[in-house]
Design a protein around this ligand. Structure first.
Ligand SMILES: [Zn+2]
Length: 173
């Protein structure tokens, strides 16, 4: 998963006219926003979508997790996933991240669920998919591991969304 340098990093200056932004409630709005008093531009801060995959190996049904090499949550386990790029679908992003982080090809994606992390402003879209190659650690991963469903490392998972998605995945099997 790509690094979140700061949960709500943004420019303090208007991207249109360069004046300093201030905080105000725009007319017709209901909450405070970053606005430019010079040109009227409203700088909305929206959550960013992350797409991930819980890869399942046949025939033993083990799932692949990667141990994160980078912050946040370095050293913890998570299924492959990362920020979507403009121009790709959520499915394409999930498949790409699985290849980048675990060198693993997958097929037959099916949606497990959508998980919001309001703090960092992230919406995590999680699929299940069938693993169709061997796996090895990508550059953002310390190692990869195949886990039977009864021995998922629940105490060493990276994020609340990781736990929630894996619980949902386990419950529907
Ligand atoms: Zn402006």
């Amino acid at each position: 998963m790509s690094t979140i340098s700061h949960p709500h990093s943004f420019s303090r200056y208007c991207m249109h006219c360069g004046q300093r932004l201030t905080t105000a409630t725009p007319e017709g709005d209901f909450k405070r926003r970053l606005v430019c008093l010079d040109c009227g531009f409203v700088h909305y801060i929206n959550p960013r979508p992350v797409a991930g995959i819980i890869p399942v190996r046949e025939p033993d049904g083990h799932i692949l997790l990667v141990r994160r090499a980078i912050e946040p949550q370095a050293g913890q386990w998570v299924f492959p996933g990362g920020f979507m790029d403009v121009g790709e679908t959520a499915e394409e992003a999930a498949v790409r991240e699985t290849m980048e982080e675990a060198n693993l090809a997958v097929r037959d994606l099916s949606l497990v669920g959508v998980y919001t992390r309001p703090g960092p402003g992230v919406v995590v879209i999680v699929y299940e998919a069938i693993a169709v190659s061997d796996a090895s650690a990508g550059h953002e991963s310390l190692e990869v591991g195949w886990f039977p469903p009864h021995s998922i490392p629940w105490d060493e998972l990276a994020f609340d969304s990781t736990i929630a998605a894996l619980k949902d995945w386990a419950a529907r099997r």
